[in-house]
Design a binder for this molecule. Sequence first.
Ligand code: AMP
Ligand code: ZN
Length: 497
Amino acid sequence: MQAIHVQNSLTRQKELFKPIEEGYVGLYVCGPTVYSDVHLGNCRTFVSFDVIYRYLRFAGYKVRYIRNITDVGHLEGDADSDAEDKISKKARLEKLEPMEVVQHYTLGFHDMMQLFNTLPPSIEPRATGHIIEQIEMIDQILANGYAYEANGSVYFDTPKYIAEGKPYGTLSGRVVEDLLQESRTNLKNQDEKRSPSDFALWIKADERHLMRWPSKWSIGFPGWHLECSAMSRKYLGAEFDIHGGGNDLKFPHHENEIAQNVGACSHGGARYWLHTNMLLMNGRKMSKSDGNTITPLQLLTGESEHVSKGFSPMVIRFFILQAHYSSTLDLTDDGLIAAEKGYHRLMEAQRNLLALSTTATSGALDVEIEDGISKLYEHMNDDFNTPRTLAALFDLSSKINGLAGGQIGLDKIGAAVLDRLKTEFVSFTQEVLGLLPTESAGGNSAVLEGLMSLILDIRKQARNDKNWNTADKIRDTLAELDVEVKDAKDGSTWTIK
Ligand code: AMP
Ligand code: ZN
């Protein structure tokens, strides 16, 4: 098994990763709140954890990867009381069922994840499917004396928890005294809370809230932080290996998750907390309010003032992996153009490599190549360092291209080393980094072009023969596949919608 080191946000140290159970990893990542289209910042976080998941599997672990869907409880402005639930609000404004909103954006999220070639998690639990587990957890926290009921809502009692020396503020680095003093703008609910730092576990629903469940405290809904505590415990246990999310979630979301876990059952949940950094655009935080934003679709099509052209999903994935997950990543047109060149160079080297063969049993380059392969493992073992892994792949690429171009003789590499290089290069590129050649990652590849040209020829022939059934069947089937055929005088053209 590889010795993997991870930067643990909880201890602020790079630590050797030791799973609770040898050979198994429990990984929980906070998923999206499905009230709007997934944005590129979300995609960055999920692509980063996809690589972590992929590498753990590649390293031989059996991984149970849980990535939830937040479909209730996340309030406007990330408040924890008296604001409106994001999904409920969207449903009310658009006259939809909340579950219609949830379904629509969950499907959109899945499409995006598939486009960027992220593997589906082992379980994708929804907050609304785990209300009973959340109510049970509140019962336990109340029974242990770390929560109180006020006017049908239930709040976590932070001063009591802190007074007992429990670890509040450790993850986020917040000073407990500051937290206790912090004033909230929301005075009405502050009245209900004993301390401004307390947070809601259960919220009594007012008439605006469309999603509500009966409980012994009130008809209401769970606080946002509770779902991740309840679902991680249900599927991974009270103590598990890795919890991930964007670093904007460290406080209050993850800090409160730990408090709830300890309050319910004395365990803080994950041993290792991994946080991704934020995606910026042109040096500033990507933000809808000041127009400094681009949707994944705009980036793919190039229909945005921020980019000069469209970029393929694999180029965007490559761009994301060029930065370490814990560094900020600045999206710029120049950066994307450079990533496009880099991605194509990598794919070209891969193609060149697969066409190589040698009759030598050993060669002068063997040791250097073996060293280069070890570097791939070394960098991924070092907190999943994708930029360094890519750099090591490029070092190998220059040797591969030298061999392919004749500048380096094929007698310089032994057959066994060449075989290993083929396996490892393709494994790291495709299996670990998830970077597929464009032909298998969608797009108008030569094969696709050839097949479409054949299909359109058959359709043209059918129309000439007045065989309308066949012609219509081809058009309708293509339409079902989102391929739009346009007929013109000089032939038919096609586009993928
Ligand atoms: P949300 O849908 O807002 O709950 O976020 C889903 C995930 O995306 C969380 O792990 C967030 O931390 C992460 N996230 C949100 N904004 C960004 C961003 N600009 N860059 C990277 N990750 C982000
Ligand atoms: Zn969460």
